[in-house]
Design a protein around this ligand. Structure first.
Ligand code: G6P
Length: 579
């Protein structure tokens, strides 16, 4: 998956593209490139590396012209290198394009194109489309109708932005990969997501699956999947550019951890009325999600089970292979981006079984919202750091609002504020962990999904191997890995699980583990080598909100102490739009 951008208007296109690509870097940062048209000449500059580095090396900002396209890559077909970077030309250098997605039948299409004598300069699946357009344009100069013919031959996912040397427009196509149009005055934009365009506009149109579109400086036109002219709903967002900037913090992740105290109020204000009614109607509830959102789903399933529901959380990528939903199943899809391909795949599968879909997402107008019967928004502003933090607690907030009366949730903001005070304490714990090779996270009951999330956060941004278990499971295998000095992080609020987790803690301690507890239980504190305090809460069901903050901070500080940029961990991307 990648980030793509297009601009047509009066400004210097290279500036807009370079600036917007920085906001899209979270979608992939293997390479960067832009194509700008000045007169009828298209110039492409691109290379392996990140936006600042590549734009400087290839002097992007000296490029003239007020129409252009850009790309930041997360490599799928072909190693990260200059040749495989986008944009890609056809043989004549009259057509240039950027692509986000995966063309599944590309081998077959490539053979066809090769037979016609085209020369390839990259190993990507994307380049074939430039050559297919070139071929078809020989007999038909209408770019949009040619694009329609070409994309009809593609199996897989795509969003394309195409520019032609002899045209003043940009041509767009979208299927199973995000693409939003930004509406300006005398200028038009398109991008993989909204935050990239926030410095320029707050008015947007989301393309739907199978749509084609043309952008000119005066406006846009959309054709639906039957190639009939259509209108798509324009909408405005109230996110502002500051929300998408670091605001004095060294990294987005740290800012987003701190923002939780503020945004939780907005997440708790989300409208859940219709969603609650839907939830009440069903006794079987399947939850589908990926990564961090899956951990929120696990906690949701526990809470629903406690209410007597037949609820289960599934890893979205596997759901179609393991579950048998029926029209009596409510499927709850949780995805902060609303664009995760694995989740969308599950939703499409569910639709074929006539089950109802309730989605929980942060992004207005995202694909998931178009596919769902009911949507609840996280209202937590854009999240830029690849490691999800504020969107996780926002997901929990929405889940809790769906489950409990609002009076029970009024103390969450205070819990966050209190826990953020532990930052310097957590930082000193991080210093002790910066050179370890392995870490284990244990918990019991509703704290288990929090341990799993803490472990995921830790491994994804520190590159240290880590695993999470229900404490009782340690003795069934993992205990063999415990050696002198291996950190075991024990997430242990004083609740009905305390007397059990203390036993698990001792099993690890006897084998030499370094015990770090996050607790308000005096007995657990005494058994620990290091302990981070949490407040005692009247309502034990709220402990997950207290536990998660030190775990996020721990991952952040270990990451930075190891010299890693936590906002852009290697090999990962924020929004994964491939299956
Ligand atoms: C990627 C991100 C994770 C995220 C997961 C699901 O893997 O790196 O941080 O949890 O996608 O994303 P979603 O947008 O569906 O919640």
């Amino acid at each position: 998956m990648c980030g793509i951008i297009g601009y047509v208007g009066q400004r210097r296109a290279a500036e807009v593209l370079t600036h917007a690509l920085k906001h899209l870097e979270y979608r992939g940062y293997d390479s960067v490139g832009i194509a700008v048209k000045d007169g009828s000449t298209i110039t492409v500059r691109k290379d392996k590396g990140m936006v600042d580095e590549v734009s400087k090396k290839h002097s992007f900002l000296t490029m003239g012209g007020s129409i252009g396209i850009g790309h930041t890559r997360w490599a799928t077909h072909g190693v990260p290198c200059q040749e495989n970077s986008h944009p890609h030309f056809d043989c004549t250098k009259n057509i240039v394009l950027v692509h986000n997605g995966v063309i599944e039948n590309f081998q077959e299409l490539k053979e066809d194109v090769l037979k016609k004598g085209h020369k390839f300069t990259s190993e990507t699946d994307s380049e074939i489309v430039a050559h297919m357009l070139e071929d078809n344009l020989k007999s038909n100069s209408d770019v949009l109708s040619v694009m329609s013919d070409v994309v009809n031959k593609i199996h897989g996912s795509y969003s394309f932005v195409v520019m032609a040397g002899n045209k003043k427009e940009l041509y767009l196509a979208r299927k199973n990969s995000p693409l939003v149009i930004g509406i300006g005055k005398g200028e038009m934009f398109c991008a993989s997501d909204i935050p990239a365009l926030l410095p320029y506009t707050s008015k947007f149109v989301q393309l739907e699956e199978g749509d084609l579109a043309v952008l000119s400086e005066t406006g846009y036109n959309v054709l639906d999947h039957n190639r009939k002219p259509t209108t798509r709903k324009e909408f405005s967002v109230n996110w502002n550019i500051e929300m998408a900037q670091k605001g004095g913090y060294e990294h987005f992740m740290l800012k987003e951890i701190h923002d939780q105290g503020h945004f939780i109020t907005e997440s708790l204000a989300s409208d859940t009325t219709s969603a609650k009614k839907l939830l009440d109607k069903y006794s079987r509830i399947d939850i589908v999600a990926a990564g961090t959102s899956y951990h929120a789903g696990l906690l949701f399933a526990i809470l629903l089970q406690r209410e007597g529901k037949n609820a289960q959380a599934f890893i979205a990528s596997d759901y179609p292979f393991v579950a048998v939903p029926t029209k009596n199943t409510l499927v709850v899809a949780i995805s902060q981006s609303g664009e995760t391909a694995d989740v969308l795949q599950s939703i499409r599968f569910v639709k074929s079984k006539s089950a109802k879909i309730l989605s929980i997402t942060n992004v207005v107008g995202s694909t998931i919202t178009n596919l769902s019967d009911e949507v609840v928004y996280l209202n937590t502003g854009p999240e830029i750091g690849v490691a999800a933090t504020k969107t996780f607690t926002a997901e929990l907030a929405v889940i809790y609002k769906l489950m409990f009366a609002k009076e029970r949730l009024s103390s969450i903001k205070n819990i966050f504020e209190k826990m953020l005070e532990s930052e310097s304490e957590v930082k000193s714990v991080a210093a002790k962990l910066k050179n370890v090779k392995n870490a284990f996270f244990i918990a019991r009951g509703i704290s288990v999904p929090i341990a799993q999330e803490g472990s995921l956060k830790f491994k994804e941004i520190t590159y240290i191997h880590s695993e999470a278990y229900p404490g009782g499971e340690l003795k069934h295998g993992t205990l063999s890995l415990i050696e002198e000095g291996i950190p075991v992080i024990v997430i242990a609020p004083k609740d009905e699980t305390s007397s059990k987790i203390i036993g698990n803690l001792k099993e690890a301690k006897t084998r030499g583990a370094l015990i770090i507890s996050i607790t308000n239980d005096e007995n657990i504190r005494k058994e620990s080598d290091i302990s981070i305090s949490i407040p005692t809460l009247d309502d034990p069901v709220l402990y997950p909100f207290a536990m998660i903050i030190p775990l996020q901070l721990l991952a952040y500080y270990v990451s930075t102490l190891r010299g890693i940029n936590p906002d852009k961990p290697r090999n990962l991307a924020k929004s994964v739009t491939v299956e």
